[in-house]
Every structure is written in structure tokens, then in C-alpha cells.
Design a protein around this ligand. Sequence first.
Ligand SMILES: [Zn+2]
Length: 621
Amino acid sequence: MSDLTGRVRGPLAPSTAVERPLSIDDVEIHGGPLGRWQQINREASIPLGLEQMEKSGAAPNLRLAAGEAGGAFQGYRFQDSDLYKQLEAVAWEHSRHPDDAYRSFVAGSAALLARAQRPDGYLNSHYQVVKPDRIFAELEYSHEMYCAGHLFQAAVAAARAGLGEELLGVARRFADLLVRRFLVDGDDGIDGHAEVETALVELYRLTGERPYLELARKLIDNRGKGLIKSTGMGPLYAQDHLPVREADTAVSHAVRQLYLEAGGVDVAVETADADLLASSVRRWEDLVATKTSITGGHGSRHDGEAFGERYELPPDRAYNESCAAIASIHWNWRLLLATGHGRYADLIERTLYNAFAASTSADGTRFFYVNPLQRRADLFEDAYLGRRREWFACACCPPNIMRLVSSLGHYVATAGDESVSVHQYVPGVIRAGGAVLDVETDYPWHGRVRFTVRSAPGGAWTLRLRVPAWSTAGDLTPGADGYAAIRREWQAGDTFTLDLDLTPRIVRPHRRIDALRGCAAIERGPLVYCFEQIDQDTELDDLALAPGAALRTVERDLPGIGRTVLVEAGALRLPPAPPRGLPYTTGADAAPAARATATAVPYYQWDNRDGGVMRVWMPLA
Ligand SMILES: [Zn+2]
């Protein structure tokens, strides 16, 4: 088995790992939902994003900074980061589908950034144009290092995707400035929004420049020392309330916390810091058990885009920012590579097919910022609820979504010692550890996954297949790590079939989640389902799932959605709630009026039709 670590063309290339990541182009995705998402990303989302780089001010702001244009700065102080994420999306897309338009976008952007960059390496259009006297003076809310981190990740992507090193040159000049100021000269500042830590580690992995890693470690170790003085939101908002190693639960701004975790795991892996890794695992266990939506979404509060208290998981007001789902996938991927444990791949799958996939419309032209589990008829006025939108004033989510979709192949499989591990089931080809595997499957609509060995390295090696926690796998028994291991002297032409159980299931919440007490949801395979008004023949809000509800699956091709599998559940239609007086009574609930059927659609496919009422959690009659 060959070691792929040193030449990974993908977002993450740790120098040591239990499971070694593959290059994006080592995995071909030929259809299924992931293939469909990549197709619409290329055909609809990325073109729309490229247009927005001009419209939203991201590129014009840099022309201002370069002294090449007049006018006013547009947008937020972190507007540059939209361009960086867009560049990363284009770079990964280019690595699978080379395109001259992508090449010239990256080259043109890199040249513009180089012209906008100050001679000392500093680069941030907002501070150069609007507040040149406040550079590095208000790190608690400036997002200067946050933007730098996204620049570094874009530059790493462009270099690994074969798009030249001009962007990398820009990134390194800025990273060298950060090293001089915040490592060598001893400035103890940290950015209020974590992100640069994980980016610095990847820049180290690409270039071998150890000071980038040392700075990342310092930034992790400096958080929680009270160095952030005035975010206006208190120290919790920037996870500055406790040293990272001592914190036992995820708090406040969800995206900041989750990017901080990704950076912490990266630093832990590269510095063999078992204590730092263990602290991240401890918070993961608490977060999964007490603060995670059924969709994998994170952040139950609009106020501060924040995690709530333990078990505070309201379905209607759930914030579940699209970026939080992405950050969670990034963090779980790092934990999976570091430990080899399938529970992280399980959560990646749940988050990917639900909280993340729901962020984008079926045609790839509209996006959610907030991903609640219920929409009432009268919520349409709220800025970030209601329907998906083409873009946002604060547009962190759309280009973040695009960079993950264009790199999805990176998250499918890994190579280990004499093993190939498959974490996500998609039709296509996997090249890992000297083996080439063809994968045929109609997952997640059907549970059969068939592997054919196209070519194999000599000798015995192990095919490790993740058995999701919700499934059996025929005669296969997964180990404690969640993987079934099949060790053989595999030969070209050998086949192996995995059968996962996609029987729909009724899921109940833990009793401590007050907002969900008395409710149930439906899952099938990795998909969480929801009920939309358009699929019911009566008012959705008057339906309740019947005790022991029978569940029936129906395959459909629906206008606006495309291919799907609906689940029909036995339900009861309750008498309409009385329209007058207080909605509280000392009397018994009214008797159910009639038997009915409630029809559920995969949550990720919601809001592609009439924009009516939706709920994931249904009351039990
Ligand atoms: Zn976002």
C-alpha cells in the first residue's frame, strides 16, 4: 500500500493520521445526490457566485485598496472572505473539471490581490480603505485574521489544484507578516473569529514552514486568557472565557466555536498534543449529546448565532447556520482522520444529507443562511427565515457551501495501513492505497452498495466499510469503531456487496429536550424527513402521528424536487384548535377526529415548491 499523505490534492493533508485522506480526483462521484449537488454547483451556483464577486463589492473593494478605482467600500469588514471562499470553490472544481474560465478567474484575482497587498504583506480591503489607522488595533471584531485564513485556504487549494503559486505568494507574504508580529515580536492578539488557526496549519503542511504551525498553536493557547476586551458581546462570544483545553462544552457563536475546534485538532495532530485532542473529543461528546439538532445542525439561538444551553433545541427557532454545518463537517473529518472512529463519519453523513444539503435549492440558485426545523405560515417577514435567497448582505454561507460541494470527493474514503476505508456511499470510483474500486449504488434511495475491485495491490488488505449506527449490514458485524472489516487477498474482478437497512423509522427526542416533548420525527437511512403542507390533504398543523404509526415508502419524481422517496405515515387529524380565548385548558385534549395519512419528504428537499408550512417534529397523538 502506498502512502498518499505527502501528495494529497485536497483540503486537508495531515502529516500523520490513522486514516490518510485521498486527493479529490482519487474519488469520482458518478451520480446520486452528491453527484447531483456537484453538477448544480458547477452549472448554477458557482456562476452565480462569480457574478456576485462584482455585484456584492468583494472585487471592487480590492480595486479600491489597490488604488485602481474610486467610490466607496461596499459591505462588511469581512467582505474579502467571500472572494477567498469563492476562489477555493473554483480551485477544487478545477481539480476535477479543468476549465480555462476558472484558471483566468484565479489568475486575475491573484494579480488583483497582489496589487492590493501592502509592501509589508498586509491585505484587507476594509482596513486599508476605511480604517487604515486601526489595522490590527481591534482584532476582537476586525476579522482581519479570519479573512487571512480564508485567503490561506484559497491559496493552498489553488496550489494543490495546479493553478499556479501566485495566490500562494500573496498568502505567504501575509502569513509572514502575521508570524513577525504575533509570534516573533510577541504581540499576543487573537482574532475574535477563529478560522486562521486551521488555515495556518494547512499552509504549514503545504510549505513546511514551521512558524505557521507555531503561530497557530500560540493562537489556540492564547484563547481563554481574557485577551479579547471589547467585542460588545462578552468573552463567550469569541470563546475567550476559558482556555481551550479547559472548556467542557461548546458555547456562544457556533461557527467560531466549530472553526476553533477544527484548528485545535489540526494543531494537536501536528504537535502530538494528546491533551488538546482529548479536550476537543470531550466537547464533541457533550455537543452531540446535548446541543445537536436531528439534522446535525448547530446553534439553537438567533441571538448571537449561538449554541444554547444543554437540551435547548427548539425546532422553530433553531438557527442552524449553513456555515455551522460546514464547520462541523470540517471538524468531524479531522477527528475521523486522527482517530479512525466511525462515529465522526456518521455525524458527517447526518450533517451532509440534512443540515448542509438543505441549505441549497434543488436548482442550485438559492441558499438558506438559517435552517430551522419548522416554518409556520407567518414567519415570512423575518430576514433570514422564510424562503432561500440568491445572496445575502452577509454572504458567508453561499461560497462556503460551494467550496464544500466542489471538494466532496475528499470526504468519501481514506487509506490506512493495508486498508481502504469507505466512509460515505456514492456511485463512482475510489483509488486508494494502490487499489481501484468501482462502486455501484443507488444510495440513499436504496441500501445496496456493490464494490468491484478493478485493480488491487498484491497481498492481503482490508476493505473497511462504515456501518451507520442506524443500520444492520446483513451478516457483517461492525467493530467498535463502526466499520465492518473484510480482509482478503483481493483480486481484480472480486466483488463485495453491502446491504444497509433503509426501513423508515420513528425517532423520539430525549425527554430533557423540552421543546420536542411529545413529538416524533421520521428518518430513513441517512435522511431526516419533514412534512410540508403541499403534500398533505388537510391542515398540517392539525395532524398528529398515530401511536405505532405504520410507515410506507413511495418513490416519486416531483416537480421542483426531482427524484425522491416519500414516507407516508399513519396519522390522526385532530379537531382544529379553537380560534378564541387562551390556548390553555384544564380539560382533556379533544378526541382525535379521523384517521389520516401524513406524507413526509426528505428535509434537504424542502422549500422547493410553494413555500408553505413545514415541520420535522410531529406531535404524537
Ligand atoms: Zn454563514
